[in-house]
Write a protein that binds this ligand. Structure first.
Ligand SMILES: Nc1nc2c(ncn2[C@@H]2O[C@H](COP(=O)(O)OP(=O)(O)OP(=O)(O)O)[C@@H](O)[C@H]2O)c(=O)[nH]1
Length: 733
């Protein structure tokens, strides 16, 4: 539950800054309630959670391990790759739980929201802390569904390393690419775990190839599988040249043997492993000069003499430098391969001191998370993850700083590290850069309380939900006075609706789901406007002349330019007023009232009568822009989604025919074992409710992933139809 997390590292000097992922009210509330009833669903937890309510001092030694022995890691992947199942195994083998949870039975530790258990998917991240062979591991299970990418992004900000879980029969899937890119952005060292090796169609080679090709990463094969599909029975440890076999009669996978590969008993496997080890050594030497010197100097004649620890140290260096990724394999469901994965986490992923944080702050109440249970603790050392409660005015992604100068320093750093191209207009915007990037919502619908008297309750609930989930936007429709919910996808809005009912006991009604369009202009237009108003004995008089013109930015932030005569001696307050006016006018385009993108505004002249209020300046500029936008040739832009459908050959033509009817364009069709993978683009408006359609078309055998690609101009006929519908005749899309 990263929403409840904050991360900080001790500095004995001044307290500069603290990154906070804000309190997730609902999950916290749910978990505090559960704390009262203690252990949920009869699951059996071992020592740490059992300490709740006991002597806090005895916990102190447990919670303050040496920093080098701490691993803050996340688990990330495409939906259904097996993150939650892998996490459950990890918790079991580490002794955190005493029975194995099952996603399909709905009794896992980390998926504890009702919606998660019912749907078998992860929606909010969950954090758990456990020990493995003398290391303290803080682990975060993140959601895989594309509607919840923001949740993944905010997890990544507090992680030092990550395990990327793949379905070995599918290799790199659409959402893996997205999270991989996010992890690249936050420079997080990773390990790959090829899960589901037991599944029919699982292919180690194929999955490794897809990591190489699609993620453009350099896989380091630290293991080889022993059998694939039904024949999968264990793994070969390439670094140590050992065979790890799980006892087929053990039903929890705890029982496995690790034996050196011998010429006598395994000649073929030994040969294959030696080749793989030699290749690994060469690959690492290519990436790490220190290791290359060692290998060439002492071991060039015989790589077999190279001690495993030296190879591991070099693998660790390249993993931390992110020039390559270790790859391991297994089957979480069949309880094979998880213990070596845990070993790899401790050996190859960084400790917090190996990452670059300098943040610290004292907080009055600190809690240590154990999924949905928490223990109050007096203090915490560097690199740990903890929760804090009671921050009333923060929202997810906020950065809390002890002073404005440290906040600005953080913003500057975020700007440099994020490689931001746009120069921000004012200080407030620059400060925002330190937070997470919030994707623009693509869907919206109206939401109504059961009665007018309940509107304040609904407003309060939505405010709470927005604080923990900034990808949820709420606005008021100026014409109808209705509250409008804007979200990342159908599922996102559905879950919000469900949570309002379950967690706050408020029954609400949703209007039809609609697509969030945008607008742009096709030609440059000039306009002038004057606002002359006398309020009391004060005269407010502004005259502005400006031009709106098309530019390519793919952004709803207008580019603002000033003529030399205007910018000269322009007071900061007036400049901010002008920019507020421009921004507010561009939020509501003349065609559909949607945000206007790809525009630049040039302010050619501006005359302000002394004493005119900034509100009047904003109002005049805003009105003038709206006038100009109305005069321009206009174009509706619609969200275009990147679609990936995995379908068996028998249904391929049916799915393609259906996509053609949805104004879809096909980019390529690949073959992946028995399946065809269709990738292409389709307008969002045409793909609503697609999961039901696809299920019906393919008798439930196909899966798909959807991601916003860009906003694209609608063709004139479709635009006319849309505008006709929106002109008040019907609202259906
Ligand atoms: N055959 C096989 N199935 C697995 C394995 N691991 C997980 N599964 C199944 O795959 C499905 C998805 O597993 P989860 O653990 O919920 O996957 P997830 O990645 O956490 O999914 P989200 O939380 O929704 O993103 C479940 O039906 C699991 O039983 C595995 O190793 N082999």
């Amino acid at each position: 539950m990263v929403s409840n997390l904050m991360k900080f590292v001790v500095s004995h000097k001044k307290i500069p800054i603290l990154h906070v992922n804000n309190m997730c009210c609902s999950k916290m509330r749910a978990s505090l309630q559960r704390l009262k009833s203690h252990v949920p669903l009869g699951r059996n937890y071992s020592s740490l959670p059992g300490l709740i309510g006991n002597d806090i001092k005895s916990l102190h030694s447990v919670i303050n391990p040496p920093i080098a022995k701490i691993r803050n890691i996340g688990i990330m992947a495409h939906i259904d790759a097996g993150k939650t199942t892998t996490t459950e195994r990890i918790l079991y083998y580490s002794g955190y739980t005493r029975s194995l949870g099952d996603v399909d039975d709905g009794d896992t530790v980390t998926d504890f929201m009702a919606q998660e258990r019912e749907r078998g998917i992860t929606i909010q991240s969950a954090a758990v802390t456990f020990d493995w062979k003398g290391y303290r591991v803080n682990l975060i299970d993140t959601p895989g569904h594309v509607d919840f990418t923001l949740e993944v992004e905010r997890c990544l900000r507090v992680l030092d390393g990550a395990v990327a879980v793949f379905d070995a029969s599918a290799g790199v899937e659409a959402q893996t690419l997205t999270v991989w890119r996010q992890a690249d952005k936050h420079r997080i060292p990773r390990i790959c775990f090829l899960n589901k090796m037991d599944k029919t169609g699982a292919s180690f080679k194929y999955a490794v190839e897809s990591i190489r090709e699609k993620l453009k990463a350099k896989p380091l094969l630290l293991q080889l599988p022993l059998g694939e599909g039904k024949a999968f029975k264990g793994v070969v440890d390439v670094v140590n040249k050992e065979k790890l076999l799980w006892n087929p009669n053990s039903d929890d996978g705890k029982d496995f043997v690790r034996n050196p590969l011998l010429e006598m008993s395994d000649p073929e496997l030994l040969k294959e492993t030696t080749e793989a080890r030699n290749a690994l050594i060469e690959q690492v030497a290519d990436l790490d000069d220190e290791f290359a010197d060692l290998v060439l100097g002492e071991f060039s004649e015989n790589f077999d003499l190279l001690p495993a620890e030296k190879l591991q140290t070099a693998i660790r260096r390249v993993t931390l430098a992110q020039t390559a990724v270790p790859v391991l394999c297994g089957s979480a469901l069949k309880n094979k391969g998880v213990q070596p994965l845990l070993d790899a986490v401790t050996v190859y992923l960084p400790s917090p001191e190996e990452r670059n944080y300098e943040f610290l702050e004292r907080i009055s109440r600190l809690l240590l998370p154990f999924a949905d249970q928490h223990i109050e603790i007096p203090s915490l050392t560097a690199g740990n993850i903890a929760l804090t409660v009671g921050l009333k005015h923060t929202a997810t992604g906020d950065t809390i700083a002890s002073s404005k100068s440290s906040a600005l320093a953080a913003a500057r750093r975020a700007e440099t590290e994020g490689g931001k191209k746009h120069r921000r207009n004012n200080e407030a915007e620059r400060l925002l850069l330190a937070g997470v990037e919030i994707p623009e919502p693509v869907f919206f619908c109206t939401i109504e309380p059961p009665s007018v008297a309940k509107q304040p309750d609904l407003d309060y609930v939505l405010k709470c939900l927005q604080r923990e989930d900034p990808s949820l936007k709420v606005k008021l429709d100026a014409d109808s006075g209705q509250t409008v919910l804007c979200g990342m996808g159908e599922l996102h809005i559905e879950i919000i609706h469900d949570r309002i009912k379950r967690e706050y006991g408020l029954e609400t009604y949703l209007g039809p789901l609609q697509v969030a369009y945008r607008e742009t202009i096709l030609n440059a237009v000039r306009a002038t406007d004057t606002l002359d108003r006398t309020l009391g004995d004060k005269r407010h008089l502004v005259t502005v002349e400006l031009e709106v013109k098309p530019v390519e930015t793919a952004s709803v932030m207008p580019v603002i330019e000033y003529a030399g005569s205007v910018s000269e001696d322009l007071p900061t307050a007036s400049q901010e007023a002008i920019e507020n006016g421009i921004h507010s006018a561009c939020l509501q385009g003349p065609l559909l009232g949607s945000p206007v993108q790809d525009v630049a505004v040039a302010v050619h002249s501006l005359v302000i009568h002394p004493g005119t209020s900034t509100t009047m300046i904003s109002a005049c500029v805003s009105r003038c822009i709206q006038k100009a936008l109305k005069k321009a040739d206009k174009q509706v832009l619609e969200p275009l989604m990147k679609l990936e459908v995995t379908v068996t050959r028998d249904y391929l033509s049916l799915v393609l025919a259906d996509l053609a009817q949805r104004r879809g364009t096909i980019q390529e069709i690949q073959t992946r074992q028995e399946n065809k993978i269709i990738t292409g683009f389709v307008p969002l408006a045409e793909i609503m409710g697609y999961s039901t359609v696809l299920r019906t078309l393919t008798s439930g055998s196909a899966t798909f992933a959807l991601e916003l690609s860009n906003y694209e101009a609608m063709n004139p006929q479709d635009q006319t139809v849309l505008l006709g519908r929106r002109s008040g005749l019907t609202q259906v899309l």
